[in-house]
Write a protein that binds this ligand. Structure first.
Ligand SMILES: C[S@@+](CC[C@H](N)C(=O)[O-])C[C@H]1O[C@@H](n2cnc3c(N)ncnc32)[C@H](O)[C@@H]1O
Length: 236
């Protein structure tokens, strides 16, 4: 069972099979872990033991490929217009971070990852989070047998080939989104979408900044991983 051990200075997620838990502030006894809530370590430090939220999972889970974190994933999911009835196609699954956010909203997610090592990480992350509405394939999207989808999300090398493959399987009037960290990808992506008759193409730069309050509020630094999302609507 995954648990969050929160301290005022931070915290960590841990798979807890039972037994005492060692923290840098001293040990928490197994019996106290079971109780949950606020517990004291052997050194008298307070820890809060709670179930991880989806955000905790994404922040703390094992990652292979560069992930899309929950704050960017939230924006992308909103731009894709998905809801509890949506069946979503995703590639590549990578570490499964975006997959978890999609699975939390949609009825079903079908996701493709061509690298076995990333597929295994994504599969383990989805299983640990307890989602039963995700079909993970260790398959190249370009060679995949596809169904029909309410939304498509691509975060993969060679996004134009991915668009060409996925577009016929997207329902009319629905959205396809592509994430890329590479600005030079944007023109070929936009051109491919136009060639396929997509409308309402929007390009969004993900470049949020985090602020902090010292004497005054000020910019602390970049928030997240910079990149671009292209979203467009099928019309053909
Ligand atoms: C940056 S990662 C995706 C990260 C993912 N969005 C997440 O949030 O964890 C890109 C992934 O796409 C996979 N990939 C690249 N080309 C692919 C293809 N044609 N079919 C399936 N997966 C592909 C790569 O192996 C890699 O794991």
């Amino acid at each position: 069972m995954d648990l969050m051990f929160l301290h005022r200075r931070g915290g960590f997620m841990k798979d807890w099979p039972g037994g005492d838990v060692h923290t840098k502030d001293g040990m928490i006894k197994a019996a106290d872990v079971k109780k949950g809530g606020l517990v004291k370590t052997a050194k008298g430090e307070d820890y809060l033991v709670v179930e991880p939220t989806l955000r905790d999972r994404i922040q703390n889970m094992k990652k292979g490929a560069r992930p899309i974190y929950e704050y960017d994933a939230g924006l992308i999911a909103a731009m894709l217009g998905i809801d509890g009835e949506s069946v979503v196609l995703e590639a590549g699954a990578g570490s499964g971070c975006m997959t978890l956010v999609l699975a939390n909203i949609a009825k079903k997610v079908e996701t493709f990852e061509k690298e076995e090592r990333f597929h295994k990480i994504a599969k383990a992350n989805v299983e640990k989070a307890g989602f039963k509405n995700v079909e993970l394939h260790n398959t190249d999207l370009l060679e995949a047998k596809l169904g029909e989808y309410d939304a498509v999300f691509l975060d993969m090398r060679g996004p134009t080939a991915g668009i060409e493959k996925a577009a016929p399987h997207l329902k009319q009037g629905r959205f396809l989104a592509v994430f890329t960290p590479i600005i030079d990808d944007l023109k070929p992506i936009a051109n491919k979408l136009e060639e396929l008759g997509f409308i309402e193409t929007r390009i969004i730069e993900l470049d949020m900044k985090e602020l902090e309050v010292k004497k005054y509020a000020r910019v602390k630094g970049l928030f997240g991983f910079p990149g671009f999302v292209v979203v467009a609507r099928k019309f053909s």
